[in-house]
Design a protein around this ligand. Structure first.
Ligand code: KG4
Ligand code: ZN
Length: 341
């Protein structure tokens, strides 16, 4: 067991957000500070790894200072440092890992390296103090799409995964094709509200022999083909209809696979995680499907769906309780798999 009022400083730099947070007892967020680089990368239509690393270096000290200040604590009060060490962009991850190790060494505080995707799952604990494993979690972010059974804290079993593009990646690519810019998810989410989601019948991929797996590259190609063939015929496309119909196809598959896994495994709690979990259509459709099947649905507030350090602090707390400790040899692991230590 750990002491009462256990404070974790979380650090996250796996992609394009430099983030630090202080979390009490694994679930109570005292501060959650995020410095986003989105504006910088928007110019290039996606995240430029080299720019991301440089920006993290510029921001990291300020962001940690701000997180401590907002939580009204000092480094002395911190009991544990949790840092994302994978998966992600190696140069970006290294900034957070090096910083966390330096603080751990200088301040004499224990260190735990956290799996970024597990962090996304733990974001649910912030909003729902009563939520306990086991539960099923659909993780849909810019780099990952997984259907996972959370058997216990720090114990995950992957039931399904994407065969190609992640859901968020498909959103970003389609958004770019219809000229909406980066990041595409929130833009398609907003535009789709003005469109007819049944206007165009885009394909839904179901994979033989792997009923919980996803595939979004065929759908993405179908949308690109639709746009190109309209261009060749000099026809203008209805962007809102394309956005709504694409989104309908993505959400349809995500909801179908999640509900079928929940029923097959006899689990009555379903959670969403990752950037795409803030999608309003996904939330609405999953809510409806869960209600129809007597399942309880959980999803984090939007600020905890996209990358943040509070979720990393939560994960570090539970990993620490389960015995996880990292040394000063902790390294960034860009392709770290779920469940791998
Ligand atoms: O979890 P996240 O912040 O980063 C990764 O770990 O990948 O997810 C970012 C992804 C981006 O692809 C973004 O387009 C998508 O989440 N996203 C959304 C929405 N908000 C963010 N996708 C659909 N609807 C949204 N409202
Ligand atoms: Zn993420």
């Amino acid at each position: 067991m750990v002491k009462e009022d256990f404070l974790v400083l979380g650090i996250e730099t796996s992609c394009d957000e430099t983030a630090a947070a202080v979390v009490r007892n694994g679930r109570e967020v005292l501060s959650n500070f995020i410095s986003s680089q989105i504006d910088l990368h928007t110019i290039y239509g996606g995240v430029v790894p080299e720019i991301a690393s440089r920006k993290h270096i510029e921001q990291i000290n300020k962001v940690i200072k701000e997180a401590l200040l907002k939580a009204k604590v000092t480094l002395d009060d911190i009991d544990l440092i949790g840092v994302t060490y994978g998966p992600g962009l190696v140069g970006a991850l290294l900034v957070g890992v090096a910083q966390a190790k330096a603080i751990s060494y200088a301040a004499g505080k224990p260190l735990v390296g956290v799996h970024h995707i597990e962090g996304h799952v733990y974001a649910n604990f912030i909003k729902y103090p009563e939520l306990e494993p086991p539960f099923l979690c659909l993780i849909v972010s810019g780099g990952h799409s997984h259907l996972v059974m959370v058997k216990d804290y720090s114990e995950f079993e992957i039931l399904g995964r994407t065969r190609d593009d992640a859901a968020g990646e498909a959103y970003d690519k389609v958004a770019r094709a219809i000229g909406l810019g980066y990041p595409g998810g929130p833009k398609i989410d907003a535009l789709a509200k003005e469109g007819n989601r049944h206007a165009i019948e885009f394909p839904r991929a179901h994979i033989a022999g792997a009923k919980y797996d996803f595939s979004f590259s065929g759908l993405k190609s179908a949308v690109l083909n639709y746009i190109n063939s309209a261009k060749m015929k000099n026809e203008t496309i209805n962007k809102a209809d394309v956005a709504a119909s694409f989104q309908e196809a993505v959400v349809d598959v995500l909801v179908t696979n999640t509900i079928s896994a929940a029923l097959d495994y006899g689990i009555d709690k379903v959670a969403l995680a990752g950037g795409v979990a803030s999608n309003t259509h996904l939330r609405g459709s999953m809510e409806k499907a869960c209600k129809e099947n007597n399942l309880e649905l959980y999803y984090p507030d939007p600020i905890y769906c996209t990358d943040n350090a509070a979720m990393i602090a939560c994960a570090a707390y539970y990993d620490y309780i389960k015995g996880a400790r990292s040394g000063l040899d902790l390294n960034a692991v860009p392709n770290l798999r779920l469940g791998q230590r």
